[in-house]
Design a protein around this ligand. Structure first.
Ligand code: NAD
Ligand code: GLY
Length: 364
């Protein structure tokens, strides 16, 4: 059976790392891990109660076969557990496993496990090697690459965290077969984001390969993931700590985070909130005269074909502004919006007035 193997190096100088994408590679992690941190010793795998029963055994067995002494840390499943309390359980497990400074921690899971584990890796002994084994499409196309790690605080999402790059991102598209299709659609929304920001052709590619993606075709998924990771990596290399262009990756996020927060993180998946937020950003871009008429409709049609929600939930304008005012991406008291000049051409606008946002909200 032919197997599509793809690699991409995130060229961050002394912090450079590889993204390896290969259907079925989950239980072949051991060779690469040894190459990274030296002879097999101790490692900790962090996962959750949903993913561990599916994949922990095979990852663990592969590592043990290669001589690794493996410990596990199984977290509760869900965004609502992306908290200081859950995070401290990872630190407890690292202490109990007595990992030294050059022994690795592996995140086996979606964005929640990856973000929390990365932040624990950044803090434990002031930083230990960290490997991402992302298991959702969202994590494979976005969160596992780029080194943003975080936990939530009652006052805001991802408010406590660090930039801390992994040593390796090891992606097996086959694990997506067990993913809920709603999660797959949400991840696809994040891949589409790269098309909207900087690659109109990729958006067309996504549209023509949609059926295969939704049918979990591992080779097509590998191509989708590779292109997405390349886009993300290029942006991260240009602006690792989001002083400028990395903020483009937040297309739809200012509105999306507000939607997630106003609905108490219970109604929408992250990628769904971002999809609705992107529709709002597109309409704002048209209303302010930046994007040609039809831009919002094009994106709306695209999301509808993917099966993503497109209806903007109704809340008073004050609630929107309040929810967005807490967004950590703001510079001082200004809110930065990622807007579009058209499909494949995003930019950052810092001069959008609250009245324009009120008019936007009133228009839905
Ligand atoms: P998630 O980690 O909660 O995973 C979604 C659900 O799928 C969970 O129930 C999970 O247990 C389950 N799951 C994961 N892999 C599975 C598999 N292979 N089979 C079956 N079930 C599986 O959510 P997510 O969408 O992966 O990530 C969202 C998080 O990522 C948010 O906290 C968001 O803030 C963060 N994020 C971070 C970045 C970044 O750059 N660090 C970027 C985007 C999003
Ligand atoms: N997901 C946004 C970023 O990594 O910057």
């Amino acid at each position: 059976m032919s197997r599509q193997v793809m690699n991409y190096t995130v060229a961050l100088g002394e912090y450079a790392y590889d993204i390896h994408i290969e259907p079925g590679c989950l239980n072949r992690i051991a060779g690469s891990l040894g190459g990274l941190v030296g002879d097999p010793s101790r490692c900790l795998i962090v996962s959750n109660t949903r993913i561990a029963p599916l994949y922990m055994k095979q990852v663990r067995a592969a590592l043990e076969k290669a001589g690794w002494q493996v410990s596990e840390c199984i977290l509760p499943d869900g965004e609502r557990f992306k908290t200081l309390e859950t995070w401290s359980k990872i630190l407890d497990a690292l202490m109990q496993a007595r990992l030294s400074r050059n022994e690795p921690v592996i995140a086996l899971g979606g964005g929640v496990v990856g973000d929390m584990t990365g932040f624990a890796a950044a803090c434990y002994r002031r930083g230990i090697p960290f490997v991402q084994m992302p298991t959702t499409l969202l994590a494979q196309v976005d969160s596992s690459v780029g080194g943003k790690t975080a936990i939530n605080h009652p006052h805001g999402k991802n408010m406590i965290g660090a930039f801390y790059q992994p040593k390796l991102v090891w992606i097996d598209p086959q694990v997506l077969k067990t993913l809920d299709v709603r999660e797959l659609r949400a991840g696809l929304g994040e891949a589409i984001k790269y098309g909207l920001i900087r690659d109109a052709e990729f958006l067309e590619w996504c549209a023509s390969n949609l059926e295969k993606v939704l049918a979990f075709n591992a080779d097509v998924l590998a191509t989708l993931i590779h292109t997405s990771c390349r886009h993300k990596a290029e942006i991260v290399v240009a602006d690792e700590t989001e002083q400028g262009m990395r903020a483009l990756l937040n297309l739809g996020h200012t509105f999306g985070h507000a939607i997630e927060s106003m609905t108490h993180y219970t109604e929408y998946l992250h990628g769904e909130g971002v999809a609705i937020g992107t529709i709002m950003a597109a309409r704002l871009s048209e209303q302010l005269g930046y994007a040609p008429a039809g831009t919002e409709q094009h994106i709306r049609d695209c999301y509808l074909s993917v099966g993503l929600p497109v209806e903007v939930p109704v809340f008073p304008a004050a609630a929107w502004l309040d929810a967005m005012g807490h967004d950590k991406k703001n510079v001082g008291s200004r809110i930065r919006y990622v807007l579009l000049r058209g499909i494949g051409d995003a930019f950052i606008a810092e001069d959008v007035q609250p009245e324009a946002i009120e008019a936007l909200i009133a228009s839905f």
